[in-house]
Every structure is written in C-alpha cells, then in structure tokens.
Design a protein around this ligand. Structure first.
Ligand code: TYD
Ligand code: MG
Length: 483
C-alpha cells in the first residue's frame, strides 16, 4: 500500500501516524505529534533503488588484518577514559547534555588538542557563528591550534567538503538538531530531519574512517532530544552532566560499543575552560563539613577508579501525614529499602520523620555498596551523633539486615588510606581479601544492628559529656564486642 506523503510524526519517539491524535500510542507522550512530509524519508529516490543491481563485495574472515592505530587518543585523559581509550576509526559518538553545561567547550578543547598533535580535525558549528567559536578558542588559549572550522548546517555541503583532501581524523557536528538534508522535506529540528541528517553523516564516517562526534540537545526530562533512533544508530552515547551552580562536570557513557559504560570522566569548569580532575575524591571531599551529624564518607568505585564521596542525610520530625522522602544522587527505591530494613530489624522508627538524602558534589551513585554509608548517615542524623571524621563506610545491606561483602575492597581501602582516613567500616567477610596492607583500622560489621548500636552509643556518650570534642572517640567503640 503506498504511503501518503503527509504524515504525523511523534517528535519524541519517531512513530508515524496517518492522522493527528493527542497522545502517541508508541511512547505515551502527549502533544508530540507534528505534521511532516515524509515522502523522501528513504534517502534514495525509488526509481534509482529499483533499477540498481546488487554490487558484489568480498566476505572477510574474523582473523583479518585490522588497520593500525584503531584508537585515536584525544589528548584528554578523562575523555579517553570514558570512550574506552580514545576515538575508534569510523565510529560515531553522540554527546548529550543540558544547554550551557560545556559540550561545545569540551569538544573545542578536544579538537584543538588533536589538531595540535598534527591530525586533521574539523569543527562544524550549526549554532554559533565562526567568530563566536573563535572567541571561545581564544578564551581557552587554543586559538593557535590548526582546527578546520566552519559554520554550516547543510549535510550535503558538509559531506562534500569533508570528502575533499585527506580524510579528517575527527569531525565534530555541533549540534545534530541544527543539521538539515535536501533528501527530506521537513523543517530542521524535526525527527525526520534529525534522523536523515544523522544517517547521512554516519554513512560518511563509516565509509571514510573518520571519527564523528554529534552533539545532541537534552529535553527537560534528561533524554537526548529528537528521535531515540539516533541513539541506536551511533556507537556510543556520552552524557555530560553537572549542576549549573557547581563547577564539577561528569562525563558518563550511557552506551558504548567499544568500551565499558561504567567509567566516568570528571572535569571542573574554570575561567579557562574545562580542567581535567584526575583525582575526583579530593574534589568531592574538599568542601566537607567536618563533624556535623548526618554525614558519612562512602568509599565507592566508579568504573575502574575508586571515588570517595560524602553522603548527607537529614532526618527531621514531620508535620505531614505522609512523611517526605527526597533523594538527590541516589536511587529513591534503594533509600526506601534501607529505611525499611532499619525499621524492621533495628528498631529505628522513621515513619514519623521526613528524610532528605543527598550525594555531595553532584555525583550519582549506582552501587549497592553505598547502603552501609547511607544507613550510617541516616542513623547519625536521627540520633544527632556525629560519626568519626576519619572513617569511610561501604557494604551492601540485604533485606534480612545482614551486611554483605562488595567487590574491590582493597582498592577502596587504598584510596581511603591515600586520602588520610584512619579506619573503615566494612562487611565482616571482606577482611579476608584485604591483605592487611592498607594501613587502616578495620571495623567489621556483620549486621546493620551492630552499626546502629555503635552509632547510638556515640550519641548517648556525647550527650552525657556534652563538652567533649568527638575527635578522640576510640575506634574500640566501633568494634563488635565479640570481635
Ligand atoms: P558551552 O560549551 O557553550 O555549553 P554548551 O555547548 O553545552 O551549551 O559552555 C557554556 C558555559 O560554560 C557558559 O555558561 C560559560 C561557561 N564557560 C566557562 O565558565 N569558562 C570557559 O572557559 C568557557 C569557554 C565557558
Ligand atoms: Mg554549544
């Protein structure tokens, strides 16, 4: 059946309908359907397609020779870490993030460094004029880098220009939403245009072997705007995150065909562009509020790198019928679980309290190992008992209230020792794989009850001799009585 030329396309997911409707059946979003001309959506005219005969190609074996240097280092360690060791030849990367977070800055720096290293690097801006990009480069002190720069939006012109001369090693398209191609009729920015433009650019990258970076905008709810299909078309999706008010920026791989997805790159936005932060723990702990109840330091692992971060909890009596639970940087269902275990197994009554929970520095934690640190912060806030300032916490809490071992204990301990921490509160069974070389005193806890009792004891001793500073609290109090 021939498709009518006009169609209503959901601007969120790309589903097409013959008539307008209020809600997209495919993704459930309201008011996202817009009228588009999709007659040319298949990028090749039908007449050519039907006449073309199949071209013969050679089939290869798995053990064939690969081209040398399949990865191109960007010159920025944090960026390479997230991509899995550099840009892969002919691969396509989508970088998403809120407006103003620093996507253009990051990619200007990366292209400049590559160009300085003698590679052909091209930066195409569809959003800013050449003069604006130059101004930014000047500010970054990179104006002398031999980057090839253009302000263009026509995909055909871009592909034609890039095909001239030697193959560029890196092409940045900032942003894919501003690109348009002649092969489809819809306006720039619509789903059909974004998809067709991305297709054409990706085809160029695969054919020529140039690494391509597409910048994508992010919608209010944090998804990369335009069709989700672009995410499926590219090899890797990186998301650039951070609080506008804070200087930290975190680059995270959401999808990566050529590397791990659990690595993060940490940057700091300065007056001179993005600075790489090779030791994030120092940054996350730099503004620590020493000695207030409700904070605990979690020794976590992000990808292959240990990261120490402060968890903050505020537990306050509620004035509402249903107490509030607000979480930033952690999974809210994980918090509910820890609260439920505290209520059920440790006799900690929290149903009459509001609970606010925050991960300092704008980091997002996905590890279950954060359970123990979170529980310590919560109990500390509830009992108004300050935790020892030189202790780190990690361990997973099971629904039975037991504290379960987590992976990479020794890496966590080493990082804590390096940053001057004196003791670690950790699962009992973890002691075996420590090796005893970390130089920390280890307080193992088998169950959550032990931890709660220890913290409560600290709170009581504090109120009984209210003037004594907590710094000299003995580690013994944190140890289980039976050893
Ligand atoms: P930009 O890279 O233009 O963001 P995006 O492309 O993601 O929209 O970054 C814009 C912000 O970064 C802007 O608020 C200013 C700030 N900035 C600095 O703080 N220092 C700098 O050296 C530069 C270039 C930008
Ligand atoms: Mg920009």
């Amino acid at each position: 059946m021939p498709k009518s030329a006009l169609s209503f396309v959901c601007q969120n997911c790309g589903a097409a309908y013959n008539r307008w409707q209020g809600k997209c059946d495919a993704c459930g979003e309201w008011n996202t359907l817009a009228e588009e001309d999709v007659s040319g959506a298949t990028t090749m005219p039908v007449s050519i397609r039907s006449k073309r005969k199949g071209r013969l190609f050679t089939l290869e074996t798995l053990t064939g020779k690969t081209q040398d240097a399949p990865r191109l280092s960007s010159g920025m360690t944090e960026l390479d870490r997230v991509t899995g060791g550099g840009f892969v030849r002919g691969s396509v990367l989508l970088v998403g993030g809120d407006p103003g977070i620093g996507k253009s800055t990051l990619l200007t720096q990366a292209t400049s460094l590559l160009a300085r290293a003698g590679h052909r690097a091209v930066y195409i801006s569809g959003e800013e004029a050449v003069a604006q990009v130059r101004l930014r480069a000047e500010r970054l002190g990179l104006a002398d880098a031999p980057v090839q720069l253009a302000a263009e939006t026509s995909v055909e012109d871009i592909v034609a220009t890039l095909s001239e001369g030697s193959v560029p090693r890196l092409v940045v398209i900032d942003s894919i939403q501003t690109m348009w191609t002649d092969t489809v009729e819809s306006a720039p920015g619509t789903v059909t245009q974004v998809r067709a433009s991305a297709q054409a650019l990706i085809r160029f990258a695969k054919k020529s072997g140039a690494a391509l970076i597409l910048v994508g905008h992010v919608t209010k709810d944090g998804q990369i705007a335009g069709p989700r299909v672009v995410e499926h078309m590219v090899d890797a999706v990186l998301s650039f995150e951070g609080e506008g008010s804070q200087q930290f920026r975190i680059l995270r791989a959401v999808k990566n065909r050529f590397g791990p997805t659990d690595e993060i790159g940490v940057f700091e936005m300065t007056g001179l562009g993005l600075r790489e932060v090779s030791n994030p723990s120092e940054l996350f702990l730099s503004e620590r509020d020493l000695g207030s109840p409700g904070t605990a330091v979690f020794a976590g692992i992000e990808g292959t790198r240990p990261v120490l971060v402060e968890l903050q909890a505020l537990v306050a009596p509620t004035s509402l019928g249903t107490p509030r639970r607000a979480v930033v940087g952690w999974d809210s269902s994980r918090l509910s679980m820890v609260l439920a275990v505290l209520e059920a197994h440790c006799g900690v009554k929290l149903s009459g309290h509001d609970v606010y929970f925050n991960v300092a520095g704008g980091l997002r934690i996905n590890e279950p190992a954060a359970d123990l640190a979170a529980a310590a912060a919560l109990v500390s806030s509830l009992t108004n008992a300050q935790l020892p300032t030189d202790a780190v916490y990690f361990g997973e809490i099971s629904l039975s209230g037991a504290v379960r071992p987590v992976a990479q204990t020794s890496a966590r301990l080493k990082e804590a020792a390096k940053l001057g921490f004196g003791r670690a509160v950790l699962p009992e069974s973890a002691r075996g794989d420590v090796g005893g070389d970390a130089g920390l005193s280890l307080n193992t806890v088998a169950g959550l009850t032990t931890l709660v009792a220890d913290i409560a004891a600290r709170g009581q001793s504090r109120s009984s001799k209210a003037t004594e500073p907590e710094k000299n609290a003995t580690p013994a109090r944190f140890r289980r009585q039976d050893g």
